[in-house]
Design a protein around this ligand. Structure first.
Ligand SMILES: [Ca+2]
Length: 172
Protein backbone atom coordinates (compact mmCIF):
# COMPACT_ATOMS: atom_id res chain seq x y z
CA UNK A 1 0.00 0.00 0.00
CA UNK A 2 2.72 2.40 1.04
CA UNK A 3 4.81 1.45 -1.96
CA UNK A 4 1.84 2.14 -4.27
CA UNK A 5 1.44 5.61 -2.75
CA UNK A 6 5.10 6.39 -3.28
CA UNK A 7 4.99 5.03 -6.80
CA UNK A 8 1.91 7.10 -7.57
CA UNK A 9 3.60 10.25 -6.19
CA UNK A 10 6.70 9.58 -8.30
CA UNK A 11 4.61 8.96 -11.39
CA UNK A 12 2.61 12.15 -10.96
CA UNK A 13 5.85 14.15 -10.66
CA UNK A 14 7.13 12.43 -13.77
CA UNK A 15 4.01 13.40 -15.71
CA UNK A 16 4.38 17.04 -14.62
CA UNK A 17 8.07 16.99 -15.58
CA UNK A 18 7.30 15.51 -19.02
CA UNK A 19 4.54 18.01 -19.83
CA UNK A 20 6.73 20.93 -18.75
CA UNK A 21 9.73 19.81 -20.77
CA UNK A 22 7.89 18.82 -23.95
CA UNK A 23 8.52 21.28 -26.76
CA UNK A 24 5.38 22.77 -28.29
CA UNK A 25 4.63 21.21 -31.67
CA UNK A 26 4.80 23.65 -34.52
CA UNK A 27 1.80 24.75 -36.54
CA UNK A 28 1.86 23.08 -39.92
CA UNK A 29 -0.19 24.29 -42.91
CA UNK A 30 -0.65 22.42 -46.17
CA UNK A 31 -2.24 24.04 -49.24
CA UNK A 32 -3.26 21.75 -52.11
CA UNK A 33 -5.12 22.66 -55.27
CA UNK A 34 -7.45 20.37 -57.17
CA UNK A 35 -5.44 18.27 -59.60
CA UNK A 36 -2.05 18.22 -57.98
CA UNK A 37 0.38 20.98 -58.66
CA UNK A 38 3.69 19.77 -59.99
CA UNK A 39 5.29 20.43 -56.60
CA UNK A 40 2.94 18.19 -54.60
CA UNK A 41 4.09 14.93 -56.14
CA UNK A 42 0.85 13.14 -55.30
CA UNK A 43 -2.21 12.33 -57.40
CA UNK A 44 -5.53 13.59 -56.10
CA UNK A 45 -8.52 11.22 -56.17
CA UNK A 46 -11.73 12.13 -57.89
CA UNK A 47 -15.16 10.55 -58.06
CA UNK A 48 -17.78 12.06 -60.41
CA UNK A 49 -16.27 15.55 -60.44
CA UNK A 50 -15.58 17.13 -63.82
CA UNK A 51 -12.76 19.55 -64.57
CA UNK A 52 -13.60 23.23 -65.18
CA UNK A 53 -11.59 26.38 -65.78
CA UNK A 54 -12.40 30.03 -64.95
CA UNK A 55 -10.36 33.10 -64.04
CA UNK A 56 -11.93 33.35 -60.55
CA UNK A 57 -10.75 29.87 -59.54
CA UNK A 58 -7.54 29.12 -57.64
CA UNK A 59 -4.89 28.56 -60.32
CA UNK A 60 -7.70 29.01 -62.84
CA UNK A 61 -9.31 25.60 -62.40
CA UNK A 62 -11.52 23.43 -60.17
CA UNK A 63 -13.68 20.31 -60.08
CA UNK A 64 -17.48 20.30 -59.95
CA UNK A 65 -20.23 17.69 -59.63
CA UNK A 66 -24.00 17.52 -59.33
CA UNK A 67 -24.57 17.15 -55.59
CA UNK A 68 -26.99 14.24 -55.96
CA UNK A 69 -24.41 12.11 -57.78
CA UNK A 70 -22.36 11.20 -54.67
CA UNK A 71 -19.39 13.29 -55.73
CA UNK A 72 -16.17 13.07 -53.76
CA UNK A 73 -12.83 14.72 -54.15
CA UNK A 74 -9.61 14.02 -52.20
CA UNK A 75 -6.62 16.33 -51.99
CA UNK A 76 -3.46 14.32 -51.40
CA UNK A 77 -0.22 15.56 -49.89
CA UNK A 78 3.01 14.39 -48.29
CA UNK A 79 2.59 13.76 -44.58
CA UNK A 80 3.80 16.98 -42.91
CA UNK A 81 3.72 15.52 -39.37
CA UNK A 82 6.56 13.65 -37.72
CA UNK A 83 4.58 11.87 -35.01
CA UNK A 84 1.16 10.53 -34.16
CA UNK A 85 -0.68 12.68 -31.64
CA UNK A 86 -3.89 14.56 -30.94
CA UNK A 87 -3.88 17.86 -32.82
CA UNK A 88 -6.39 20.55 -33.69
CA UNK A 89 -7.09 20.41 -37.40
CA UNK A 90 -8.68 23.27 -39.35
CA UNK A 91 -9.84 23.04 -42.94
CA UNK A 92 -10.20 26.08 -45.18
CA UNK A 93 -11.80 25.76 -48.63
CA UNK A 94 -11.20 28.17 -51.50
CA UNK A 95 -14.57 28.92 -53.11
CA UNK A 96 -15.00 31.54 -55.82
CA UNK A 97 -17.44 30.34 -58.44
CA UNK A 98 -21.18 31.04 -58.81
CA UNK A 99 -22.12 27.44 -59.65
CA UNK A 100 -20.74 26.05 -56.37
CA UNK A 101 -24.12 25.81 -54.63
CA UNK A 102 -23.99 22.70 -52.43
CA UNK A 103 -25.62 23.72 -49.13
CA UNK A 104 -24.09 20.85 -47.15
CA UNK A 105 -20.64 20.02 -48.51
CA UNK A 106 -18.90 17.86 -45.89
CA UNK A 107 -15.15 17.95 -45.30
CA UNK A 108 -12.90 15.27 -43.78
CA UNK A 109 -9.25 14.79 -43.00
CA UNK A 110 -7.08 11.70 -42.73
CA UNK A 111 -6.51 10.53 -39.14
CA UNK A 112 -4.09 8.27 -37.29
CA UNK A 113 -5.98 5.00 -37.70
CA UNK A 114 -4.84 4.20 -41.23
CA UNK A 115 -3.84 6.02 -44.37
CA UNK A 116 -7.38 5.63 -45.71
CA UNK A 117 -9.39 6.52 -42.60
CA UNK A 118 -10.93 10.01 -42.31
CA UNK A 119 -12.53 12.14 -39.60
CA UNK A 120 -15.35 14.60 -40.21
CA UNK A 121 -14.21 18.19 -39.65
CA UNK A 122 -17.26 20.20 -40.69
CA UNK A 123 -19.53 21.31 -43.50
CA UNK A 124 -19.99 24.49 -45.45
CA UNK A 125 -22.85 25.96 -47.43
CA UNK A 126 -20.96 26.66 -50.64
CA UNK A 127 -23.83 28.79 -51.92
CA UNK A 128 -23.45 31.22 -48.99
CA UNK A 129 -19.66 31.08 -48.74
CA UNK A 130 -17.68 34.26 -49.29
CA UNK A 131 -15.51 34.49 -52.37
CA UNK A 132 -12.04 33.23 -51.41
CA UNK A 133 -10.86 31.25 -48.37
CA UNK A 134 -13.55 29.98 -45.99
CA UNK A 135 -12.99 28.25 -42.64
CA UNK A 136 -14.95 25.00 -42.75
CA UNK A 137 -14.29 23.92 -39.18
CA UNK A 138 -11.81 22.84 -36.53
CA UNK A 139 -11.66 19.60 -34.56
CA UNK A 140 -9.16 17.91 -32.29
CA UNK A 141 -8.41 14.48 -33.73
CA UNK A 142 -5.74 11.81 -33.59
CA UNK A 143 -3.49 12.36 -36.57
CA UNK A 144 -0.42 10.61 -37.90
CA UNK A 145 -0.96 9.44 -41.43
CA UNK A 146 -2.22 12.87 -42.55
CA UNK A 147 -1.96 12.36 -46.27
CA UNK A 148 -5.26 13.71 -47.56
CA UNK A 149 -8.37 15.81 -47.02
CA UNK A 150 -11.68 15.08 -48.66
CA UNK A 151 -15.01 16.70 -49.59
CA UNK A 152 -18.28 14.83 -50.15
CA UNK A 153 -21.43 16.23 -51.72
CA UNK A 154 -24.74 16.55 -49.89
CA UNK A 155 -26.83 14.39 -52.26
CA UNK A 156 -29.24 17.34 -52.64
CA UNK A 157 -30.91 17.79 -56.00
CA UNK A 158 -30.44 20.97 -58.05
CA UNK A 159 -27.15 21.83 -56.36
CA UNK A 160 -23.55 21.49 -57.45
CA UNK A 161 -20.51 20.88 -55.29
CA UNK A 162 -17.17 22.45 -56.07
CA UNK A 163 -13.67 21.29 -55.18
CA UNK A 164 -10.98 23.91 -55.71
CA UNK A 165 -7.98 24.52 -53.45
CA UNK A 166 -7.93 23.44 -49.81
CA UNK A 167 -5.81 24.41 -46.82
CA UNK A 168 -5.30 22.14 -43.81
CA UNK A 169 -3.72 23.51 -40.63
CA UNK A 170 -2.48 21.29 -37.79
CA UNK A 171 -1.78 22.94 -34.44
CA UNK A 172 -1.80 22.22 -30.71
CA1 LIG B 1 -7.84 25.24 -58.62
Amino acid sequence: MKFKKILSAVLSQLVIFCSASMPAMATVTVTVDNDALASSGYGNRNSNCVYITADSLYNGDARITKSNEHGEYSWCYSNPLTEKSKRNVSIYAYLAYGDFTDSYAKYYVNDGASKYNVQYIGFINQDKAKSGWNLVGTRAIDVGYSTHAEVRSSDNYNQRMGADAIRVTYYN
